[in-house]
Write a protein that binds this ligand. Structure first.
Ligand code: ADP
Ligand code: MG
Length: 392
């Protein structure tokens, strides 16, 4: 444990009075945009288990079979998510409420409890042993990808069945344990119910949004404007929820569609699959929405992006000559990214994807479908041959 982490833990224990009576903080395991997460030991775990053994007969009288099973599964180690005090109360409430609603969902990390001390709120979740995505995505074989996505779509199916959009699907929010081929979905900080009437307010703004707004007003003051597309657009922009992480946003989010639904998460899952197949992380780099649309245009071509924009009542025009009308196939992009694009020196034959990679690409096309109404759902994805084969 580094000293700075130890100091941070000590400061947290001092400020959150009583936390160390229930938990022994072990390490800092995550520092996200909205929180710091610690691994901790539940100090009542042993007492509880002993008592359980003694009183098992007694407990039959009051605990239903399912709740007894849950109680028996009380975890020894927990993840304590300290939500930054700068988060709005509505945002914190939203996250806890959705987690509570999802408590019985498959592959969603359940909320054990939550505490508040003054303005500090912490959420307590079972600690889930997982590996860092960066350590294994380059080595994943197709059979492993099938298992990874089977687990991810199992989680998304149960979230989407409750008409909840996660909005921030990306590798750091899906904790995966390759040893057991199992993962859990975490971080419902940006999640929302389908059909939420969205008004931009501080509670759903990402730090990126705030930065954008600042640079926006800053640009407006500059007399000389650099020759580029109008990022400093001053007309009232359309209001839509843009929350999420750059590089993982679906085209309809970038196009400010006001009726976003659970299919936005399927696009983000597609970006993860593209990342793994191309061995490039992050795959998309742009910091703002227009650049992000242009990155997508590079792949799918101008024609597709024009059609997609029209779906959302927007007009897409670009005079940059390097974007072709038809774009490039995902096969080609994956071959380029994995250094297999040049002709084989010995035979002069063009290199091709393996058969199982081709199947993965067919599936990828269903996830990265620009029209959200045609995009595959989590339930359909689990029945797609690419995933169904993981059951064989
Ligand atoms: P943020 O909203 O700040 O992104 P997350 O809920 O995504 O917070 O948690 C941040 C990180 O903490 C995760 O990427 C993961 O590394 C770690 N983490 C979160 N929950 C757990 C858990 N239940 N078990 C193990 N690690 C966790
Ligand atoms: Mg996160």
């Amino acid at each position: 444990v580094e000293e700075s982490v130890a100091e941070d833990i000590a400061r947290f224990e001092d400020s959150f009075v009583g936390i160390n009576k229930r938990y022994r903080l072990i390490n800092r395991i995550g520092e996200g945009t909205f929180s710091t997460v610690y691994k901790a030991e539940d100090l009542e775990y042993n007492n509880f288990d002993n008592r359980w053994d003694i009183d098992e007969h007694e407990s039959r009288k009051w605990a239903s079979p399912s709740s007894r099973k849950r109680l028996l599964k009380r975890p020894h180690y927990v993840a304590i998510k300290k939500i930054y005090v700068t988060s709005s109360p509505m945002r914190i409430f939203n996250e806890l409420e959705l987690l509570y609603d999802l408590k019985h969902s498959d592959s969603v990390c359940p909320l054990i409890t939550a505490f508040r001390h003054h303005d500090q709120v912490v959420a307590v979740l079972p600690y889930f042993q997982h590996r860092d995505f960066r350590d294994y995505y380059r080595d994943m074989k197709i059979p492993e990808m099938r298992l990874y996505f089977r687990s991810l779509f199992t989680a998304l199916r149960s979230v989407h069945a409750k008409k909840i959009l996660h909005r921030d699907i990306k590798p750091t929010n899906f904790l995966y344990n390759p040893q057991y081929s199992r993962g859990v979905l975490v971080d419902f900080g940006l999640a929302e119910r389908e059909g939420t009437d969205w008004h931009p307010c501080a509670c759903t703004q990402t730090p990126e949004d705030r930065r954008y707004r600042i640079s926006h007003s800053h640009y407006a003051q500059i007399q000389h404007q650099p020759p580029s597309y109008p990022k400093n657009e001053t007309r009232n922009s359309r209001r839509a929820n843009r929350a999420g992480t750059r590089g993982f946003r679906a085209p309809e989010v970038l196009l400010k569609c006001t009726q976003q639904n659970t299919s936005i998460d399927m696009w983000s899952a597609g970006v993860i699959l593209l990342t793994i197949l191309s061995r490039r992380f992050p795959f998309f780099h742009s910091t703002d929405d227009i650049d992000a649309l242009l990155e997508i245009t590079t792949i799918f071509g101008r024609k597709k992006l024009k059609e997609t924009s029209l779906l959302h009542g927007q007009v897409f025009e670009t005079n940059i000559p390097s974007y072709s009308d038809g774009g490039h196939s995902l096969e080609k992009i994956i071959l380029w990214c994995t250094g297999r694009s040049s002709k084989d020196e010995g035979t002069g034959l063009k290199k091709e994807l393996e058969d199982d990679e081709k199947e993965a690409v067919q599936f990828l096309y269903r996830l990265m479908e620009c029209d959200p109404t045609k995009r595959i759902t989590a339930d359909e994805a689990l029945r797609h041959p690419f995933i169904a084969r993981a059951f064989e």
